[in-house]
Design a protein around this ligand. Structure first.
Ligand SMILES: Nc1ncnc2c1ncn2[C@@H]1O[C@H](COP(=O)(O)OP(=O)(O)OP(=O)(O)O)[C@@H](O)[C@H]1O
Ligand SMILES: [Mg+2]
Length: 509
């Protein structure tokens, strides 16, 4: 009946119980979604099944037999494979070499034999990537296909996918789902972890929801809906932020004129980028990660100097200015990496006072009491689950992000640069952050939203620009934007190719 059964699995990290007596099972030929907020215990449970962690208590059965899984090698021997978000591929090797590497120990196998074996596997599973392509030149979607092939080539019957769609553009998601459906037909079992309820509804046969390390329930997908799943996950219904009317911006507050900038390697990361963000609007920058978004956000906060072009905030020319000058001009930045936005060793109160410590200094001395009061006020206002004296490094991702939001937004910036503001956050925290950004727009700030999440771009933006390989390849009002149109631009398809059909053929840069 069950291919895999996990019974009473408990996993502790020190005092923290990440998995608390979890029962989870997999039928042959099913796609089983695993849902839950940040920190609910999803990855931990699957790492146990894949042999990366050892459970403190509980039992795993594969095809009715008790098993002990001590390493990924054990897991693979039992037919269990896992694809994580951070691919474990060797970039300078070819697709074929990566797939066979470490599995076929027969060194007499020549290039041609390896190529042939992989080509056959591709036919068998109908997952196609050029076996001769060098992995470092592949798109994220293609790398993911290689990882899936690698697991299947090693005879996995169970495939664990940890947030596989988080890194994909819509067309690649469709492609992945077709693959998963074909595998299901062939009797494979798939664990699908995602924060996206619509994806879970679309692809899965059953859903197990975790909350605080415990199973809330397992339900057949056909007998549930997004609302119920959201309620199971967070204990209340959330509906996300639905698009309000589209706003027309007023006077330009942020302007980029033909801005060029280099990446850390000294190669051009931004190529003649021109953008205008107006008071009272959100300009969304859509794009697949690594196309210049990080450099863009850094140029706009003084962390990185442009090599050419101009950056204007209001009427002030801030090209190449220091971060403090950007802050003084009213630019608030929510950084892409929230660990960059907080100082882990400082308290929440200290973090909330950062960047304007002068406001808490009396006669050259830090006024701790004022700082604590300030923190208490913001903790209430931004619903942060923390005490002023907690070290910021100990907070969960969502609460850390709220600390940054509180610090940046409480100063009422004229311009808000928000880079991937909800990445990795669960639906409750995501909804909160999005509402805050809309509130900034509504009070008249110019908001630049840089996000890889198309749903987020579509839900919040008044205008949308698409960045691809450091260039703005399209700009359109939100009213004309569809996931398909944006997805094609994001994948680097020209308008002509867009009309002709698929974008996946053009993503092999
Ligand atoms: N190696 C570790 N050491 C200590 N604590 C850990 C470790 N791995 C996970 N945890 C903790 O266990 C809990 C569950 O984490 P887990 O990564 O399984 O959550 P998740 O459901 O996958 O969340 P997300 O949706 O954010 O990926 C969290 O509180 C996390 O901080
Ligand atoms: Mg996880």
């Amino acid at each position: 009946m069950y291919l895999v059964e996990m019974l009473g699995i408990t996993k502790r990290f020190g005092a923290l119980v990440a998995n608390d007596r979890i029962d989870f099972n997999l039928k042959p030929g099913e796609i089983h979604a695993l849902l839950g907020e940040n920190g609910a215990g999803k990855t931990t449970l699957m790492r146990i099944l894949y042999g990366l962690y050892r459970a403190d208590e509980g039992q795993i059965r594969v095809q009715g037999r008790n098993v002990h899984i001590r390493s990924p090698r054990d897991a693979l021997t039992l037919g269990i494979g896992m694809v994580t978000q951070h691919f474990a591929l060797v970039p300078p090797l070819t697709v074929a070499e990566n797939i066979v590497l470490g599995y076929t120990d027969d060194f007499r196998l020549n290039r041609e034999a390896i190529r042939q074996a992989v080509a056959e596997a591709e036919e068998r599973f109908q997952i196609y990537v050029d076996p001769d392509a060098v992995v470092q030149h592949l798109s994220v979607g293609q790398k993911q296909r290689v990882e899936i092939l690698k697991a299947l080539y090693r005879n996995a019957r169970v495939l664990i996918l940890d947030e596989p769609t988080a890194v994909l553009v819509p067309q690649e998601v469709d492609n992945l789902f077709q693959t998963l459906e074909r595998l299901r037909e062939q009797g494979f079992s798939i664990v699908f972890i995602s924060h996206k309820l619509d994806e879970v509804m679309r692809i899965s046969d059953r859903v197990t929801v975790l909350r605080d390390g415990r199973v809330v329930g397992t339900v057949p997908t056909a007998e549930t809906n997004e609302r119920e799943l959201a309620r199971m996950m967070v204990g209340r219904e959330t509906f996300g932020v639905t698009r309000q009317e589209i706003h027309q911006g007023e006077e330009p507050l942020l302007r980029l004129e033909n801005v060029w900038a280099n990446d850390d390697q000294g190669l051009p990361a931004l190529k003649s980028v021109s953008l205008t963000v107006r008071a009272g609007e959100i300009l969304g920058i859509a794009g697949v990660g690594g196309n210049g978004q990080k450099e863009l956000s850094e140029v706009l906060s003084g962390m990185r100097a442009p090599t050419r072009g101009r950056v204007l905030v209001g009427e002030r020319d801030l090209t190449g200015a220091e971060p403090v000058e950007f802050a003084d001009a009213g630019v608030g930045r929510i950084p892409e990496d929230r660990h960059e936005g907080v100082v882990a060793d400082l308290t929440v109160a200290e973090n909330l006072a950062l960047e304007h410590l002068d406001a808490f200094t009396r006669n050259g001395l830090l006024d701790r009491k004022a700082m604590l009061e300030h923190a208490e006020h913001l903790i209430r206002e931004f619903q942060i689950k923390a005490r002023p004296t907690d070290k910021a490094g100990k907070l969960s991702g969502g609460n850390m992000q709220k600390v940054i939001l509180a610090r940046v937004l409480s100063r009422q910036p004229k311009v808000v640069i928000a880079a991937q503001p909800t990445r990795g956050l669960d639906i409750g925290a995501t909804e909160y952050v999005r509402q805050q950004l809309l509130a900034q727009r509504d009070r008249g700030a110019a908001v630049l939203l840089i996000s890889e999440d198309l749903d987020e771009i579509l839900a919040l933006s008044d205008r949308i620009a698409v960045i691809y390989e450091g260039e703005i390849v399209g700009e359109l009002p939100a009213s004309e934007a569809t996931p398909e149109r944006l997805g094609l631009l994001m994948a680097g398809a020209t308008k002509e190719q867009g009309r002709a059909g698929t974008a996946t053929a053009t993503t092999s840069h």
